[in-house]
Design a binder for this molecule. Structure first.
Ligand code: GAL
Length: 330
């Protein structure tokens, strides 16, 4: 073989292997906690204070983007590991009221009657947190820009950290921190999910809880909340109740004293044909460099009907049973 043939072969081998390597690099096999994670195009995922929704085979992740006037972005994934960016749902241009706004903790549910996706979020105007309002936006498509409707204080109450919950019977609820975060309020939404219909309960009055995340398992609702220390992590606590309006149990410690350096944002049910497992999702905030904030995904373990546990693990590997994502390792 002469020199130029060898060179040609080397070039061809290099050329052929290039796209394969690039493709391989994009497929991720595990969830890595507390590190910047990237979408399928290699861009950092900005979906902080996020919410999740399963539609068909896809898990949708929507959350705070905050870059370039984008408030809320949308990603989707079949395995909760490889996330495809699908679009920006709310930007500074979406509505006049958003020109100097700050949007936090967006959550989305689907309304079967109106066939609309409804987003609720924490709305602030300007730099401080004095507006303390809830805001609502709707869309026919979870991947397409939402129409911003309004911001308001439910029943005149302040409304900061918040979450949405849609129950099996289609009734939807909104939890939010009121009275300078001293009280966790619970509201029932109107049938179209676009307003609050009734103020149902004040959970742990004076308890100073925020970052609510709710899930139902068996006969019980479980609500995870954090304490109020701004961007700094603190001890998460959970409570359980047979009725969403209470009486709720006392607050019980979950995880370690910093919740493994995270603050709750959502609980994802992994609904299998035979059983369901649950994944805690938290934000590891960097209050000084917001875009260094990362995510923490951890299996939520039930050791009894009401005994909830959260253990640290730096990485999660998916366990697939009968072709469906069943749970993640511990
Ligand atoms: C946290 C809250 C975040 C953000 C932050 C601002 O307590 O959960 O969503 O509002 O305070 O300091």
């Amino acid at each position: 073989m002469n020199k130029s043939t060898i060179l040609l072969i080397c070039f061809l081998v290099f050329y052929i292997s290039l796209p394969v390597k690039a493709e391989e690099k994009k497929i991720q096999k595990r969830i890595v906690n507390g590190k910047i994670i990237t979408d399928t195009k290699g861009n950092a995922i900005n979906a902080h204070g996020g919410g999740f929704l399963k539609i068909g085979d896809y898990y949708y992740w929507i959350g705070e983007n905050r870059k370039n006037g984008i408030f809320v972005s949308c990603y989707r994934s079949k395995d909760l590991i490889n996330w495809e960016f699908r679009g920006d749902l709310l930007t500074r241009q979406s509505h006049q009221e958003l020109d100097r706004a700050n949007i936090e903790r967006p959550k989305i549910i689907y309304n079967e009657k109106t066939k609309k996706f409804v987003m609720w979020m924490h709305y602030e105007y300007g730099r401080d947190y004095s507006y303390a309002r809830a805001a609502v936006a709707i869309s026919d498509n979870i991947e397409k820009p939402f129409t911003y409707l309004k911001s308001f204080r439910p029943f005149g109450n302040m409304s900061r950290d918040c979450t949405l919950y849609k129950d099996n019977d289609g009734t939807a609820y909104f939890f939010s921190s009121a009275r300078e975060n001293y009280d966790m309020m619970l509201y029932r939404l109107t049938d179209d999910y676009q307003d609050t219909k009734e103020q149902l309960a004040t959970l742990w009055p004076g308890g100073h809880r925020e970052a609510p995340a709710l899930v139902k398992r068996g006969d019980y609702y479980f609500l995870i909340t954090s304490g109020c220390t701004g961007w700094a992590p603190n001890q998460a606590k959970y409570a359980y109740s047979k009725s969403i309006t209470g009486p709720w149990s006392d607050l019980i410690n979950l995880g370690d004293e910093t919740t493994y350096n995270s603050q709750s944002t959502y609980i994802i049910p992994l609904e299998g044909k035979k059983s369901t497992s649950y994944l805690y999702v938290g934000d590891r905030w960097d209050g000084n460099q917001y875009f260094n904030s990362t995510y923490v995904f951890l299996p939520l373990l039930f050791k009894s009907e009401t005994g909830l546990y959260l253990n640290w693990t730096p990485e999660l590997l998916p366990l697939v049973l009968d072709g469906e994502l069943f749970t993640f390792n511990q």
